[in-house]
Structures are given as C-alpha cells and as structure tokens.
Design a protein around this ligand. Structure first.
Ligand code: ZN
Length: 114
C-alpha cells in the first residue's frame, strides 16, 4: 500500500525538522498532498498514527490539506489552479483540458507545544 511509504517518508521528514529546530512535542503536522497521488486521507492518517506510536512524534496527528492541480486549455491557453481538475475551458468552452501537477507532498506546518 503506497500510503505506508508516504507515511514513512513524512514521519522521517517531520522527525528531521523537529530535531533541527529543537522542537520537543509536535502536536500536529499539516501536509499538502497532491490529488494525483490518489491517497486515501483516512488510511494515511491511520498508518501515520500507527507508525509514530512509541516515538517522539507519538502526540502528533496528521492534518491533510488538499493539493492543487493545474488545468490548461490547449486551444486558447487559459489556465487555472484548483483542488479538482477543470474539464472544460471557461474562456473558449473547449473540452480538451490538460491536467497537470497535483503530485506534491509538502509539509506546510508543524504545531508544537511548549
Ligand atoms: Zn480555451
């Protein structure tokens, strides 16, 4: 299951950031996951919770923020960014929209407790 690989990678990155900044107790991790990664949010948060149990990150929970995809019209060049792909062009009405991006996996914030 690829959520496991993503959760492991996230936990590793959070750990590194926490160590680097000397954070003692991370309570929440905000992560932006691109839609094209096709991650099931509840699966990812559950695996993450399982993974950090008994570690320094035990008290942290994952908050998944929706990613952005870029939809572009090849006919007239109109472009937009949104959380879901746009299937028809708002400018010329073409239905040949090209969707790209949406594969990001970014840690946007860490919440900590003093
Ligand atoms: Zn267009």
């Amino acid at each position: 299951m690829h959520e496991t690989a993503i959760a492991e990678s996230l936990a590793g990155r959070v750990e590194a950031i926490a160590r680097e900044r000397g954070l003692k107790r991370v309570t929440a991790v905000g992560v932006r996951v691109g839609m094209l990664r096709a991650v099931v949010d509840s699966t990812l948060t559950a695996i993450y919770a399982e993974l950090v149990r008994g570690t320094d990150l035990e008290d942290s929970r994952l908050e998944i923020l929706p990613g952005r995809v870029r939809s572009r019209c090849p006919e007239c060049g109109w472009e937009t960014r949104s959380s879901r792909p746009v299937l028809s062009c708002a400018r010329c009405g073409s239905g040949k929209m090209v969707v790209s991006g949406g594969r990001e996996l970014l840690i946007e914030f860490l919440e900590t407790e003093e």
